[in-house]
Design a protein around this ligand. Structure first.
Ligand SMILES: Nc1ncnc2c1ncn2[C@@H]1O[C@H](COP(=O)(O)OP(=O)(O)OP(=O)(O)O)[C@@H](O)[C@H]1O
Length: 357
């Protein structure tokens, strides 16, 4: 049965309607920062050598070891900014996105701050949307059925069907998906599929968006439509943190800033211009015809056969960056207001306004 709009709407429904400026500008002034952030996880340790491995599997008795996947990282993303997280495979891009939005299990030290104030993980998950690398969908549903279904899961139950439908419609238009509303998910193109995953996260209109490698597996046209959309969302006031694998020069220029990771540590963060300067100051000059993202990532990758030498060079770059002016000014620009940790139940009005549901 359809839920019609009651005369007396609940506070949360009113707030949803008032705060549905997806198609207009949002005036958020949010800074998410993380400081001295270290994440350790437990990993199963299978015995070395074929007998050990075989025995471990046989008796299902694996030891676990604690591995550090992010080490002493600091950084920030602000409303209005699209920030790229880059680095070679396994450097910690996904872990960073998951950790700063409190979506990772492990031993975590350091602090995540919202507008300079320490915040509770449940608040972070509620004010952020996370677009995973791999989506989980029912392939036989059409794009519209999927988004409508997700709207029942994600949005306030009191929201009337008329508003819910309009919101879903607005998202389809906004993400250039209007032509494929009735297409089964299994038949969507890679780009449409990514934009549908983005639409699901935008249902709650979060001020903070985290996207894990949204361009992986897409051709250059579809990759650019996805990144342009993220840029557009940032320009309308969202803070967007997005991991990405070696974007083309054109795609990289859509990002306001970049964070380069190596072995779970920050090797650089700042603008593209600052990256050119930093690497040049280290004697690493990106040739004019070269893709800068590829160049920077290559300099931060361990080269097979030259593990020791390349690891030493990476270590030097990390140390040089932590002593650089860019890093020092970044540290100074992150406010740190000493207050008790804000939780979902005791948040101030400042944060309450960011929560939709
Ligand atoms: N839950 C976990 N348990 C054990 N190891 C983990 C866990 N999560 C991440 N790791 C390890 O941490 C490292 C970083 O992983 P992460 O997925 O963040 O890298 P990435 O940069 O996103 O890689 P890719 O570009 O290949 O997707 C990897 O070596 C990975 O195996």
């Amino acid at each position: 049965m359809e839920r019609s709009c009651p005369v007396e709407m609940s506070h949360s429904v009113m707030k949803f309607i008032e705060m549905s400026p997806l198609l207009g500008n949002q005036e958020h002034n949010l800074t998410l920062s993380w400081q001295n952030f270290t994440v350790k996880v437990k990993r199963s340790q299978v015995g070395h050598g074929s007998t050990g491995a075989w025995l471990s599997r046989l008796i299902s008795c694996r030891n676990t070891e604690e591995v550090t996947i992010l080490e002493n990282t600091s950084g920030k993303v602000q409303s209005g900014n699209l920030v790229a997280v880059m680095g070679s495979s396994g450097c910690g891009k996904t872990s960073l996105l998951a950790a700063v939005s409190s979506r990772i299990k492990g031993t975590i030290s350091g602090e995540v701050l919202l507008c300079g104030r320490p915040v509770d993980g449940s608040l972070l998950t509620r004010i952020s949307g996370f677009v995973p690398q791999q989506d989980i969908t029912v392939e036989s549903l059409t794009a519209k059925e999927h988004l409508q279904f997700m709207s029942y899961i994600r949005l306030d139950r009191e929201l009337c069907d008329n508003i819910r439908r309009k919101w879903v419609q607005a998202l389809f238009l906004d993400l250039n998906l209007a032509g494929c509303e009735d297409t089964p998910i299994s038949a969507l193109s890679g780009g449409e599929r990514k934009r549908l995953s983005l639409a699901v996260e935008l249902l709650t209109d979060p001020p903070l968006l985290l996207c894990d490698e949204p361009t992986t597996g897409l051709d250059s046209y579809n990759a650019s439509t996805v990144v342009e959309k993220l840029h557009h969302l940032a320009s309308r006031g969202k803070a967007v943190l997005c991991s990405i694998h070696q974007p083309t020069s054109d795609l990289l220029s859509c990002f306001h800033k970049m964070i380069l990771l190596a072995g779970g540590r920050v090797a650089f963060q700042g603008t593209l211009a600052q990256a050119y300067t930093f690497f040049s100051n280290q004697g690493l000059f990106c040739p004019p015809s070269y893709n800068p993202a590829e160049f920077f990532i290559q300099k931060l990758s361990v080269i097979p056969g030259e593990e020791e030498a390349s690891s030493r060079k990476i270590e030097q770059l990390i140390e040089a960056f932590s002593a650089s002016e860019v890093e020092q000014s970044l540290q100074l620009s992150v406010p740190h207001i000493q207050t008790a940790r804000s939780s979902i139940t005791e948040i101030s009005n400042d944060f309450q306004k960011y929560i939709k549901m």
